[in-house]
Design a binder for this molecule. Structure first.
Ligand SMILES: [Zn+2]
Length: 208
């Protein structure tokens, strides 16, 4: 999916983590840029020991009946690997509600982008980080104008309502945010700007 993706293994190696040390994978949704890096070239599980967590609504959308279709081909892309993915992780594929799946890791339903689109609230002591998946794709536009939807949203209206609700919560609670389509470094905060919001990326201070 382009030169900046497909680097999970490389980045894990840079952290000194091997794939068999990963014991849990929590998916935000099934789109290929979020769930597509979990099989090797032969279709085997990249993470041989990991339990995989997916929202029950997301599982139902992709596996519950006729494969979904859409005008831009994203569903077709997911349909082509979703069966292989579930088979490769058979016995370790867990469907979840809004619940704490691991100590300090709770799923938050953020429906609209996909029916089971999920965020994960990571808590440690007084600190909280919301990993919000695809609440925004073009944050500089969609945080200032939360009404702006995206062609990849399965239900644009519902995604819009979810985005407004989460931006309000993030600004009110001063939450740290992590997202896959946020500007570098992918972490930041949301503040109010009049009736709307503004995104403030965290400072990036590399260790020298
Ligand atoms: Zn997506």
């Amino acid at each position: 999916m382009g030169p900046t993706l497909g680097k999970v293994m490389q980045n894990l190696a840079a952290l000194g983590v091997s794939p068999d040390q990963i014991d849990s994978v929590a998916l935000t949704h099934m789109h290929a840029d979020h769930a597509g890096g979990m099989l090797d070239g032969s279709g085997a599980a990249i993470f041989p020991k990991a339990d995989v967590f997916l929202a029950v609504e997301e599982d139902r959308h992709w596996y519950g009946g006729e494969p979904p279709t859409d005008a831009v081909g994203v569903s077709e892309q997911v349909n082509s690997y979703s069966g292989k993915l579930r088979a490769a992780y058979a016995g370790r594929w867990h469907l979840i509600a809004e619940e704490e799946i691991l100590p300090g890791l709770r799923r938050m339903a953020l429906p609209g982008h996909t029916p089971g689109h999920s965020g994960y609230m990571v808590s440690s002591g007084d600190d909280q980080l919301l990993i919000w998946g695809d609440i925004t794709h073009v944050p500089v536009v969609q945080i200032a104008h939360p009404e702006v939807g995206m062609v990849f949203d399965v239900d644009v209206e519902q995604a819009r309502a979810t985005r407004k609700r989460i931006l309000d919560m993030a600004a009110t609670d001063g939450l740290a945010i992590g997202g896959m389509h946020l500007e570098f470094p992918g972490f930041g905060h949301v503040i109010r700007n009049g009736a709307n919001y503004e995104y403030v990326p965290d400072l990036w201070l590399p260790e020298m």
